[in-house]
Design a binder for this molecule. Structure first.
Ligand code: M6R
Length: 600
């Protein structure tokens, strides 16, 4: 959460455009406010911050002051608020006595540092944890006679928590500093050594350089500009100068456009069939054989967690290995019992979700085998797992996970069923036919809009799909939505049913169908409005079902049981998208969220 980009440049112009472009690519990490600071060729410090999206910041720098700045050291930040509400004074960069910093992460001991600085006479203008960093560096320069670089090193030792920090100073305008502990950070330099960048991730750097170097925990990087070019050094946490590998940056800026779609989310949903096929084509069964392990534990957050829940049904039914699934933020703090004969699978689109990453580190400390299923190659989880499989969904920019979910579940299915027995053509064709049913989806959305809240219910593998549908509905439309096992609804939630509550019943043609339909009847009997998602071959049975309440049906292709989650998953994505769109929500950037959740 929060995106950082910075550049030390020998170029005279275009830097503002470059940094703004990189920040726009980072907006998925946070978009409640943004800001830039720059030290120009005459060592003057400039700063601009604005609340809202990057478009606001672009407007704010349309001035002679900003367009006339040449060269210099720049830092930019897109914010997802942790400490302090969304307000300009809380936006980064934070500045103190000519030092400017941008920070991603959380400084856990900020309150005691802040108290110390207040006692020393400093006044704080923000409610953030991050402001202490700028003040602390300035304080060390002033009171301990340290150079900027030394003050930053000292600051890094004192800070507790997680951070990726970039810092510049008016006193040393030819220097850019980066510090990494717990939050992702990468660097790159162009071929002529005229531009050196530090940023949160490879997406920010796409179009700036073809190569990238990922920093490791505790790394401290100093870039210095001279007439001859830019040089840099990296110091590891034990104080030694180190080299980190240079890799190709596989993400190209051209992959992250909307390609004519009105939103990234719609584009990404429309890619779900292609992604299912691509995942199937690229999967190599030799990478992992689950059947060799005594037990499987799957750990993840959000939609990735629902993909894991689905896999539990498959692993237990098809490979018959005991399987448990856990939310990463719970797993990592409850002293879990681990066994070395088990396989621990971590699923994440971004590969940076801090809870999933820390849960994986915990498992590694106990010498158990970790397998990561991650969409972003080069991400922290991808790099640290014992075995990594990259889901080939391609960059997913919409905050809601859509095509990455399809890729995750295809990958997990392929670990349970021999590849040649998975009928990819059937899956692909079925997803495409759901995607083609655009008009029907708009009708369905109209049926839900106006409901006081929405329940999603399902049994067996349709239960994770119910959870996924509800999560998408709430994060995109801001409507109250809950997913339940269909059999649980009568244990309490049924008290909420009335004609203003819509229940989406996920009822594919499988062994659970009759029981799910009975649960649907119980809701209809209580005047609940019902949207039934059923397999095509259920159409004629529907006529026999009493429909006193408002009942709407969406029939989806009839498939082999195991494949149902693919088509019902796509359908719940499209329904949430259409509801949110019809009530004017920003589907790509829902309020209060960020794509990459790098704080606890
Ligand atoms: O990047 P990850 O898959 O680790 O992210 C996990 C969740 O933050 C993510 O799935 C989130 O719930 C999505 N916004 C859901 O659409």
């Amino acid at each position: 959460m929060c995106g950082i980009v910075s550049v030390l440049s020998l170029d005279e112009d275009c830097i503002l455009d470059r940094i703004l472009g990189a920040m726009e690519r980072l907006e998925y990490r946070g978009y409640d406010s943004a800001g830039i600071a720059c030290i120009d060729a005459s060592a003057k410090l400039h700063r601009v911050r604005s609340v809202g999206r990057m478009a606001k910041l672009r407007d704010a720098v349309r001035t002679d002051q900003w367009s006339s700045i040449n060269g210099g050291a720049w830092i930019g930040h897109t914010r997802w608020a942790t400490h302090g509400q969304v307000a300009e004074r809380n936006a980064h960069p934070h500045v103190c006595d000519g030092v400017a910093i941008a920070h991603n992460g959380i400084i856990e001991n900020y309150q005691s540092l802040k108290n110390e600085l207040i006692s020393a006479g400093y006044e704080f203008e923000s409610d953030t944890d991050s402001e202490v960093i700028a003040k602390l560096i300035a304080y060390y320069v002033k009171t301990r006679g340290l150079q900027f670089e030394e003050a930053c090193r000292e600051c890094m030792h004192v800070l507790q928590g997680t951070f990726a920090i970039v810092a510049i100073s008016q006193n040393v305008p030819n220097t850019l500093i980066g510090m990494k502990l717990g939050s992702p950070m990468a660097i790159c330099i162009d071929g002529q050594c005229r531009n050196f960048y530090i940023a949160s991730d490879a997406i920010a750097m796409s179009s700036l350089s073809n190569s990238i170097t990922y920093l490791l925990e505790g790394d401290f990087v100093v870039a210095t500009r001279t007439q001859g070019g830019i040089t840099y050094t990296i110091t590891s946490s034990d104080g030694l100068e180190v080299e980190r590998g240079v890799e190709p940056n596989k993400i190209q800026a051209s992959c992250v456009g909307k390609n004519g779609y009105e939103s990234f989310m719609l584009k990404e949903i429309c890619e779900e069939a292609i992604v299912a096929r691509r995942t199937y084509d690229t999967f190599d069964p030799r990478i992992i054989d689950i059947s060799k392990f005594s037990k499987v534990s799957l750990i993840a957050c959000g939609t990735s967690y629902y993909a894991c829940l689905l896999a539990k049904y498959w692993i237990e039914a098809l490979i018959k290995i005991p399987t448990d699934v856990e939310v990463a933020s719970e797993f990592r703090y409850r002293n879990p019992v681990m066994v070395t004969s088990a396989l621990y699978i971590f699923v994440s689109q971004s590969g940076e979700t801090i809870d999933t990453l820390c849960a994986m580190r915990l498992v590694k400390e106990r010498s158990c085998t970790t397998l990561a299923i991650v969409n972003v190659d080069g991400s922290s989880i991808a790099r640290e797992a014992d075995i990594t499989i990259i889901t080939p969904a391609g960059p997913e920019i919409g905050v809601a996970s859509t095509k990455s979910f399809v890729s995750q579940i295809m990958m997990l299915l392929l670990m349970c069923v021999p590849k040649e027995r998975v009928d990819i053509v059937q899956i692909e064709t079925a997803i495409n036919s759901v995607l083609a049913d655009k008009h029907n989806m708009e009708e369905i959305a109209r049926f839900i809009v106006g409901s006081r809240s929405v329940f999603y219910i399902g049994r067996g593998p349709s239960y994770p799909i119910a959870l996924e549908g509800a999560l998408k509905m709430k994060e995109l439309s801001y409507m109250n939505a809950e997913g339940y096992p269909a059999g649980e609804i009568k244990h309490g939630p049924i008290a909420l049913i009335d004609d203003e509550v819509c229940t989406v019943v996920i009822a594919p043609h499988d062994e659970y169908l009759d029981k799910t339909i009975s649960n649907m009847q119980e809701i209809i009997a209580r005047n609940g409005s019902v949207l039934l998602l059923a397999s095509q071959d259920f159409r004629e049975h529907m006529r026999e079902i009493s429909s006193h309440g408002a009942t709407e049906c969406l029939f989806l292709p009839t498939l082999h049981n195991v494949y149902n989650p693919f088509v019902f998953g796509v359908a719940v994505h499209l329904i949430a998208y259409n509801v949110a769109k019809s009530i004017g929500r920003d589907v790509d950037k829902p309020r209060n969220l960020a794509k990459s959740v790098t704080v606890e």
